[in-house]
Write a protein that binds this ligand. Structure first.
Ligand code: ADP
Ligand code: MG
Length: 461
């Protein structure tokens, strides 16, 4: 957690602790400062040995239960550490933050917003912009979503994010929530799954003596906000009343200049039974698509997951997973989590062999052919394939020839002899070309960029 966030979380937890713990424990609670909250473990520091001991001995379970409740994480744990200096420093730091916050009267708002969001939204802490790996397939969606978070209701309203399951729609959408919560805490954000909205609407619109009251509460809940995030709108049922309600919510927010963000696994026109009125509303802002990530992005996502965990791994293992799980990020993460779990249990490094032994993907993927490599390289340098294969001497052709040879060796399991046969050159000539590029890459950025681009065009990492 970032320090501001941790502070807020701790303040909220402290408030609860004061409620549940007997008064005699309060003097030990007040001086505690939160140090870290990592993987569900909250570490708090105190400058009082006695405070540490008493809280540990007499109130461990009450604190733990409260922590679990506030964090909504059953796996939570906490540690109290005695460290006079650290406590002093942390306190200074936290006072600085608190001061800033209260100066702008933000704290109150932030707390209000935080508890509001937590109770109403179940935002996943992982779904932040910082944790989103950007690549070709999601660059546009990322940029636009970020811009909506930075300047809501200015340019893209409504924002309609669509794409198949598991490509990061919910992640990006919730990132707007997190961003707003911590950078613009005065704004009220509400994240809602469409099915929850529908259920909420149905239960409140039921005939009862409180119906009018319930409906006006319901309307306030969804329209008295600055940013609404509605996830998976394709689940809107074909009921006229529900559609009317969504339309009412939409219009009321839109007319007040509030930001609306919607996700869907398909474009509005393909959502069954969607009223024409709603369809045209969803289409009137910006629609942006998420497509399946390319192999490089998949690799980068895995690299982030692997680096963030304490696992030892090799890039080869990650490349293997990236190559074999192509459809969406959820599957990719699933495969990674599986090998990670086994690697941890067996205390093994995540090597290529290990990944293969667990995932057992069909590895008969056809190897890149020399023809394909020469074709893409020729295209890149804008020279003729026959010139590369022949003896033409121009500078561009020579580099293209060397590059093509280099890649033929790097990207296939073929021997120099096989490559020499293909190019109809001497074995030593081929080795020279290979070594030359290999050496020059280290010192010539244009050359390493060329390798990267050609590899990308060949769809390899
Ligand atoms: P969707 O809502 O489109 O079905 P999600 O947003 O739930 O997909 O994403 C599925 C999983 O993949 C989540 O765990 C999410 O964090 C992860 N994910 C998707 N795209 C990315 C990305 N570009 N970088 C990091 N993680 C991602
Ligand atoms: Mg989703």
């Amino acid at each position: 957690m970032e320090s501001f966030e941790l502070n807020n979380f701790w303040e909220q937890l402290k408030e609860e602790l004061i409620k549940v713990l007997p008064e005699s424990a309060h003097p030990w609670i007040h001086p505690l400062v939160a140090s870290t909250y990592d993987k569900g473990v909250l570490t708090v520091v105190t400058g009082q040995i006695m405070g540490r001991d008493l809280l540990r001995r007499n109130h461990y379970h009450q604190i733990l239960d409260t922590l679990k409740k506030v964090s909504k994480n059953e796996e939570s744990d906490f540690v109290i550490i005695y460290d006079e200096n650290a406590a002093k420093n942390l306190r200074k730091e936290s006072e600085k933050i608190q001061k800033k916050v209260s100066e702008a009267n933000i704290k109150e708002k932030a707390m209000e917003n935080l508890s509001y969001m937590q109770s109403a939204s179940n935002l996943n802490l992982k779904y932040k912009f910082e944790n989103f790996v950007v690549g070709e397939s999601n660059k546009a969606a990322y940029k636009i979503t970020k811009s909506v978070a930075e300047s809501p209701a200015v340019r893209y309203n409504p924002l309609f994010i669509y794409g198949n399951s598991g490509l990061g729609k919910t992640h990006l959408m919730q990132a707007i929530g997190h961003y707003t919560l911590f950078n613009k805490p005065k704004l009220k954000v509400k994240y809602t799954k469409t099915e929850d909205y529908v259920n909420d609407f149905i239960s409140n619109s039921r005939n009862s003596k409180d119906q009018v009251d319930n409906m006006s509460k319901f309307n306030r809940k969804y329209t008295n906000i600055d940013i609404i995030l509605i996830d998976d709108i394709q689940f809107i049922e074909g009921k006229k009343k529900t559609m009317d309600s969504i339309q009412h919510t939409f219009d009321s927010l839109y007319n007040k200049g509030k930001q609306i963000v919607i996700t869907s696994d398909r474009v509005p026109k393909e959502i069954p039974n969607l009223t024409a009125a709603l369809c045209s509303r969803f289409e009137m802002g910006l629609m942006v698509e998420l497509t399946p990530p390319d192999v490089l992005t998949r690799f980068n996502i895995l690299k982030k997951l692997a680096t963030d965990s304490d696992l030892k791994f090799t890039d080869e293992a990650l490349k293997y997973i990236a190559k074999n799980f192509t459809n969406n990020v959820r599957e990719l993460e699933g495969a990674f989590n599986k090998v990670r779990a086994y690697a941890e249990i067996e205390n093994e490094e995540l090597s290529l062999e290990f990944a293969k032994s667990i995932l057992k993907c069909d590895d008969t993927e056809s190897e890149l052919s020399f023809d394909k490599i020469i074709e893409v390289t020729a295209q890149f340098y804008d020279v003729d394939i026959n010139d590369i294969k022949g003896t033409a001497k121009g500078q561009k052709t020579t580099i293209a020839r060397h590059m093509s040879v280099y890649l033929s060796r790097e990207l296939t399991n073929k021997s120099f002899t096989a490559i020499a046969d293909f190019y109809n050159k001497k074995h030593t000539t081929i080795m020279y070309a290979y070594e030359k590029i290999k050496k020059d890459i280290a010192t010539t950025p244009t050359l390493s960029a060329a390798v990267r681009e050609i590899k990308q065009a060949l769809k390899v990492i």
